[in-house]
Design a binder for this molecule. Structure first.
Ligand code: NAI
Ligand code: MG
Length: 483
């Protein structure tokens, strides 16, 4: 499907899928082998672009999770915790190299299963996932330098539960630091996007990593809960909704389990009147329409200084007209498919609420296909601080726009949310950037850019956005006991 906009008709440029080798049915990756689930249950994963069936995925029950945790424990006790750290590092490097060799395949599978534009999967998700393994491989034998004068030891078995918005990247964020720190892993991908984690299991098997060091179990929330509640799991790492984050925190209260929770967000993107406006417009677009707004740190609340608000909104609408919404596998596509029907329903519910609240809506014109799950890039102006669409996470390509006059006013408004994951500041004035970075209650503050990630920089939230950091040395410490 091409964009309706007459200025920007591109000929389709579909990425090929003939080099992709997918099994019809995937079992569980436990102890280095593919095990049939004792639940005897499989479920379908579909392509959100056309709702076509891709493969069957095992639904692990608590018994399967128990087998996986036991395998991780055995590998921890007998092999991984005894291995010299530089040897551990070599395995992690090998995984990174094998991922790199298969990066095209991984990108296409991610795009098919998650609805992500191939350009993003190819240029962002997969390279960053590889880089996380490369980065943490380097730390494996340098832990005592990372934390000088401290005694470092691994935690044991890490139970890791990840969401569907960056499937392979989240797996890398979780697995790489856990292994570098000397832990073994049971990881559960999200039910709509298991395929790249299962491809990663193939890569891990090819790498010769000792059996049981990484186990990948697929399934739904009940599978995740079985991991969280397993008595022999020492550490829980979760990325997903704040609702489930709260359930997990309650479940592990009073146990010795360590946890990192990376939850939702409602991040502010703040544009001052001295900002380079054309760059800022790109930053706004990247902040909220990138990956269909399925980004925990999406710049979903725009704050524009009042004297430039009309100009910014006009420029933004103009830019939105050239965004191509459509088949994720098309290299021209800017905005791909919403990950699932459930998520599309959530987004549409919020769009309806926004209209009912009296906000002014603008959606870019595009042909939404009959099949598949799509949402046009959407902005709402004339919203109040108390509007539901300003307060709650939508997790789709939906932006609210508010204005401000002074620095203090925008700080107050930006911080007035239960979340605190990220923020963006656009201004020519360095001192203003430093003033805001210290006063905004957000784990990451980007200045004159947005949605930039690097394995060496920590990421995580304040308040209901969770706690603990991933990435960098901070991400390493989350998998270590320091004494
Ligand atoms: P979710 O939090 O239910 O799913 C995330 C992961 O947790 C999945 O692997 C899921 O199977 C697992 N899970 C579900 N219930 C669990 C439980 N009781 N114990 C352990 N694991 C459990 O998120 P969902 O329902 O897919 O999305 C709902 C909303 O959550 C979205 O609209 C969005 O606002 C937010 N979200 C935020 C993400 C982030 O990166 N911060 C990622 C995904 C969703
Ligand atoms: Mg899917």
């Amino acid at each position: 499907m091409a964009s309706k906009n007459k200025n920007w008709e591109y000929a389709p440029s579909l990425e090929t899928t003939d080099h992709i080798n997918l099994k019809k049915k995937y079992d569980l990756f436990i102890n280095g082998k593919w095990l049939k689930p004792t639940s005897k249950k499989h479920f379908n994963t579909i392509n959100p672009n056309d709702e076509k069936h891709i493969a069957e995925i095992a639904h692990a029950n608590h018994k399967d999770v128990d087998i996986a945790v036991k395998s991780a424990r055995k590998a921890y006790d007998n092999v991984w915790s005894k291995m010299p750290a530089n040897e551990r590092g070599k395995y992690i490097y090998r995984i990174a190299r094998l991922m790199q060799e298969r990066s095209k395949e991984l990108a296409v599978v991610e795009s098919l299963d998650a609805g992500k534009p191939i350009r993003e999967a190819r240029d962002i998700d997969i390279p960053l996932a590889c880089n996380h393994f490369f980065y943490y491989a380097g730390w494996a034998d340098k832990l005592e330098y990372a934390f000088p004068n401290r005694k470092v030891s691994p935690l044991g078995v890490a139970g890791q539960i990840i969401p569907w918005n960056f499937p392979l990247l989240m797996a890398a964020w979780k697995i790489a630091p856990a292994l570098a720190a000397g832990n073994t892993v049971v990881l559960k991908p999200a039910e709509t996007t298991s395929l790249t984690a299962l491809k990663l299991a193939e890569i891990i098997a090819d790498s010769g990593l000792p059996d049981g060091v990484v186990n990948i179990v697929t399934g739904f929330g009940d599978t995740g809960a079985a991991i969280v509640n397993h008595p022999d799991v020492n550490k829980v790492a979760f990325t997903g909704s704040t609702g489930v984050g709260k359930i997990i925190q309650k479940a592990i209260a009073g146990t010795a389990k360590k946890a990192t929770l990376e939850l939702g967000g409602k991040s502010a993107n703040i544009i001052f009147d001295d900002a380079p406006l054309d760059q800022a417009i790109e930053g706004i677009v990247n902040g909220i329409f990138f990956n269909q707004g399925h980004v925990c740190c999406a710049g979903s609340r725009l704050f524009v200084q009042e004297n430039i608000a009309d100009r910014v909104v006009r420029k933004l609408k103009h830019r939105m007209k050239s965004l191509v919404v459509g088949n994720p596998l098309d290299k021209n596509t800017d905005v791909g498919a919403i990950n699932s029907k459930e998520q599309l329903n959530i987004i549409n519910k919020y769009i309806k609420i926004g209209i009912e609240e009296g906000a002014e809506i603008y959606q870019s014109e595009c042909n939404i296909p009959k099949k598949g799950f799509f949402c046009p890039p959407t902005i709402f102006s004339n919203v109040a601080q108390s509007s539901v669409i300003v307060q709650e996470e939508i997790f789709g390509p939906v932006l609210t726009i508010q204005t401000f006059r002074t620095v203090d006013e925008v700080i107050q408004k930006a911080n007035n949310t239960p979340y605190g994951l990220a923020a963006g500041v656009w201004t020519d004035k360095g001192s203003r950037i430093f003033n805001l970075t210290t006063k905004l209650k957000a784990g990451v503050v980007w200045a004159n850019t947005y949605n930039k990630f690097d394995p060496s920089s920590p990421f995580g939230g304040y308040k209901e956005s969770g706690f603990g950091r991933e990435g960098g040395m901070h991400g390493l410490s989350a998998y270590l006991k320091l004494s």
